[in-house]
Design a protein. Structure first.
Length: 78
């Protein structure tokens, strides 16, 4: 038989290919999970910053409306 290695049975070779395929699928899955996780993290960080900025502007508006803040700085804006 040509191409047959007596030290490695044919079944083990076929099984080894399946394991390699599974490992490569796991590596690709891990990379896709990492990319998805990072994209979600960036989106949530952006949303958190946007909410913090909006709440700060609402607080400044309310404090300026009630004349809690000094009018020399905040009284010029309409």
């Amino acid at each position: 038989m040509t191409g047959h290695n007596p030290a490695v049975p044919p079944r083990r070779r076929v099984r080894g290919l399946g394991i390699r395929r599974q490992l490569s699928r796991l590596q690709i899955g891990r990379q896709l999970f990492g990319v998805g996780f990072l994209a979600g993290l960036m989106l949530l960080q952006f949303a958190s910053g946007l909410a913090a900025r909006a709440s700060a502007s609402i607080l400044l508006y309310a404090m300026g409306r009630e004349f809690v803040l000094p009018e020399a700085v905040f009284g010029r804006f309409q």
